[in-house]
Design a protein around this ligand. Structure first.
Ligand code: NAD
Ligand code: DAU
Length: 335
């Protein structure tokens, strides 16, 4: 296939791009604004591969999107482009509204005009929090944060383009991803790097919030399945095989990284913090997908990856991330 992958320089987008180039022989053009979270380093092993093309540009920029479509002549647009950190959405929601609402709108218009299929990468956070049981695709949408509310708005816009204009669009909603190349503002890479540096491990509130962990290669494969076999107009959830409370995840990381329990510090909770996410993935499983990586194994591999790839995270830890960290956590990172 020929694909235009928007937001492909980020954590999951680059994982998906790598998978499609290497395992499927696809031609992939990435359109990415390169925000703090998007990095050309994420293409270090695929940049020279035939079929790969990178264009810097924003999804809300009509000219950039048209130029990318002209260059790629894709059969489908896959949209990963997003601001993705809940804490940043609470502090500064602006870019979340622009990228998710306006950006998705511009891409949908372009897909309609050029007659190409469209896949929106979405999140379990659109359903809100669930104390017991699992969310299905029929569950009500009850987003809690500016991040999830704007992602929900984007999903609804995508569905409106299917119903109104017959655009062949699908949505794939994932649970919490982890794996290599994840920016260290998120729980798992933040805790791994802090553990390796002997720094404190900031657990929000009591740490009993539960997340449904999926490896980024499993989520990328699910997106591929939905792209190839999904029915236009439908939503597909893709959740990981394991759920775990944050404090248990942090304890696993402490053990894997050779850190100490005394590094754990319970800090002020996130405002409006969702207590638990849990997804039923029956619908995408019926398309032939199943997660392959158990959390225990994937987490151990991920800790090893961060241990062995300081070239990837050192420039982040010594740059603007330090300022972000001080603002968010009220303390400096260890050098
Ligand atoms: P990420 O923050 O690592 O990457 C986002 C990418 O989007 C970056 O490369 C960034 O430069 C790019 N981008 C941001 N705004 C843009 C714009 N206006 N125009 C063009 N590019 C822009 O995020 P991620 O974790 O890889 O998430 C990718 C997608 O998957 C998002 O849509 C997110 O909502 C969804 N998702 C993430 C998770 C998760 O746990 N990380 C789970 C489910 C769904
Ligand atoms: O569920 C899918 C979503 O998962 C994606 O849509 C989002 O893009 C992605 O960021 C992620 O959202 P979360 O808010 O669940 O992820 P985060 O890594 O920020 O936090 C995971 C849990 O860990 C959450 O309960 C908050 C907690 N946490 C997080 C950080 C960064 C802490 O206790 N301490 C921290 O320092």
């Amino acid at each position: 296939m020929k694909l235009l992958v928007c937001g492909g320089a980020g954590f999951i987008g680059s994982t998906f791009t790598r998978l499609r180039l290497k395992d499927h022989g696809d031609e992939v053009t990435v359109l990415d604004k390169l925000t703090y979270a998007g990095r050309e380093e994420n293409f270090h092993d695929i940049a020279e591969k035939p079929g790969f093309r990178f264009i810097r540009g924003a999804v809300e920029d009509r000219e950039a999107v048209t130029a990318a479509l002209d260059a790629a002549s894709p059969e489908a647009i896959v949209n990963f482009a997003a601001e993705t950190h809940v804490d940043r959405s609470i502090a500064e929601p602006d870019a979340f509204v622009t990228t998710h609402a306006l950006g998705t709108y511009v891409l949908l218009e372009a897909a309609r005009e050029h007659g190409v299929r469209y896949l929106q990468v979405s999140t379990d956070e659109v359903y809100g929090s669930i104390d017991a049981g699992t969310f299905t695709e029929e569950s009500a949408l009850r987003p809690s944060s500016p991040y999830s509310a704007t992602k929900t708005g984007a999903d609804l816009l995508v569905q409106s383009y299917f119903h109104t204009y017959g655009l062949p669009a699908v949505i794939c909603r994932g649970s919490n991803n982890y794996g290599p190349y994840q920016y260290p503002e998120k729980l798992i890479p933040l805790m791994i790097l802090n553990a390796l540096h002997g720094d404190s491990l900031p657990v929000y509130g009591d740490g009993m919030q539960v997340r449904n962990w999926i490896h980024s290669t499993d989520f990328s494969r699910a997106i591929g399945h939905v792209l190839e076999h999904g029915t236009p107009g439908e939503v597909y959830n893709a959740g990981g095989p394991d759920e775990e409370a944050n404090i248990a995840v942090v304890r696993r990381i402490i053990e894997l990284a050779g850190a100490r329990d005394s590094q754990i510090e319970h800090v002020t909770d996130r405002p409006g913090h969702d207590r638990r996410y849990s997804l039923s993935s029956e619908k995408v499983r019926a398309l032939g997908w199943a997660p392959q990586v158990r959390f225990e194994d994937g987490l151990a591999q991920t800790v090893e990856w961060y241990r062995e790839n300081a070239w990837w995270w050192e420039p982040i830890r010594s740059g603007d991330y330090r300022t972000y960290y001080e603002r968010q956590y009220g303390r400096s990172l260890q050098p």
